[in-house]
Design a protein around this ligand. Structure first.
Ligand SMILES: Cc1ncc(COP(=O)(O)O)c(C=O)c1O
Length: 355
């Protein structure tokens, strides 16, 4: 039996969107494929309030994290990890042999703009990596304030992992002055996993032209050339393009302000519930809008809880990485509706005898 996903990705996919995945393939150099790519690109541009190039990638998001480090810096990268996914970006930079320095933040806390300012003021860096929504700790970093600081340093380019926030909160690519904004489609965008996208500034493409060893599959320059022709660099997953074409319409029809408000309402519900019964892992003021990481203060056996929840046809997530047993996570992103979240929390109360 299918279990409804209250995990922070992949998330539930609307049946009409799922159906689009089974459209017959078209030749990827055909006029139909070009038109489809064009439609998806322009919908992403509307979503992100920009006319900047959009790279479509038949990969998961991690591929585009690698793209940013390979293409984005000539000098030295500033990494600001505050959880498992920020740490992943740091290791990707290191393993690609890039000059990188990390200013880590204690897990559960957010990156402060002052810290970013102090680091950039040293003049050592030309790129910054920020995880907007740290899916392990449930922290949403103050992106607008961090972007304000980065803009004070014109030679420093800002790369943002919005894997679990894009289409959950309204992101203004141009307004924030971001150089690379990436996401996978399997989280708040609510399409099946296996595809990712990135908005890239023209100046980031220009910088990439001067950088050696950018690789092939995630080369900004190759992607930019393909973008000009509204095609992929290689054979893309047309199933995902069909699905995105419809799902982006659904998102734009709901409108981002309304969609974000729905996510915020659910986040409030989850926080109140968790705060009354457990503790919240993320510090106050920086809690994620798309998922809630709960400190497992009652020592709940999460796999056992999930076995009981499966009887209601739903599943939640255990903690991520080193937080596996210390926390559990409830996602409220994508297509999940407030009433569904309330139903889920009611079942957890019932199973744990908390109501
Ligand atoms: C914040 C964040 N960054 C990166 C990733 C990696 O994404 P993918 O599995 O699509 O490569 C995830 C996945 O959970 C994530 O939550």
């Amino acid at each position: 039996m299918h279990k409804r996903l209250f995990i922070p990705g992949p998330t539930e996919v609307h049946p009409d969107v799922r159906e689009r995945m089974s459209m017959p393939p078209v030749g990827h150099r055909s006029a139909e494929a070009t038109e489809l790519g064009e439609a998806v690109i322009s919908k992403f541009q509307r979503l992100l309030h920009t006319q900047a190039p959009i790279f479509l990638s038949t990969s998961s998001s991690t591929g585009l994290m690698e793209a940013c480090v390979r293409n984005g810096s000539r000098k030295k990268i500033l990494s600001l990890p505050c959880g498992a996914f920020g740490e992943r970006w740091l290791s990707i930079a290191k393993e690609n042999g890039k000059a990188v320095h990390a200013v880590p933040v204690e897990w559960g806390r957010a990156v402060r703009p002052e810290v970013v300012h102090d680091a950039l003021a040293t003049g050592q860096y030309d790129a910054v990596l920020v995880t907007h929504n740290e899916t392990s700790t449930g922290v949403m970093n103050p992106l607008a304030e961090i972007a304000d600081v980065v803009r004070e340093f014109p030679d420093v380019y800002l790369f943002v992992d919005a894997v679990s926030s894009m289409a959950g909160v309204d992101l203004d690519f141009d307004g924030l002055g971001i150089d690379g904004l990436l996401a996978g489609v399997q989280k708040a965008i609510a399409v099946s996993p296996g595809f990712a996208m990135m908005a890239v500034s023209e100046r980031a493409v220009a910088r990439a032209r001067e950088i050696e060893n950018r690789g092939f599959y995630f080369d900004f320059v190759r992607h930019s050339d393909a973008y000009q022709k509204r095609q992929g660099i290689t054979t893309p997953s047309t199933s995902h393009l069909y699905a995105l074409d419809l799902q982006l319409d659904r998102i734009l029809e709901e409108t981002m302000p309304v969609r974000e408000a729905r996510h915020r309402r659910m986040a409030d519900t989850a926080r109140v519930w968790a705060g009354d019964r457990f503790e919240l892992y993320a510090e106050e003021g920086f809690r994620s809008v798309t998922l809630t990481t709960v400190r497992n203060t009652r020592g709940v056996d999460v796999p056992e809880l999930n076995r009981e929840l499966a009887k209601h046809g739903v599943v939640i997530a255990n903690g991520y990485g080193k937080l596996k047993n210390e926390t559990f996570r409830i996602a409220h992103m994508g297509e999940i509706q407030p009433a569904e979240l309330e139903e889920l929390l009611g079942w957890i109360d019932e199973i744990l005898g908390l109501s």
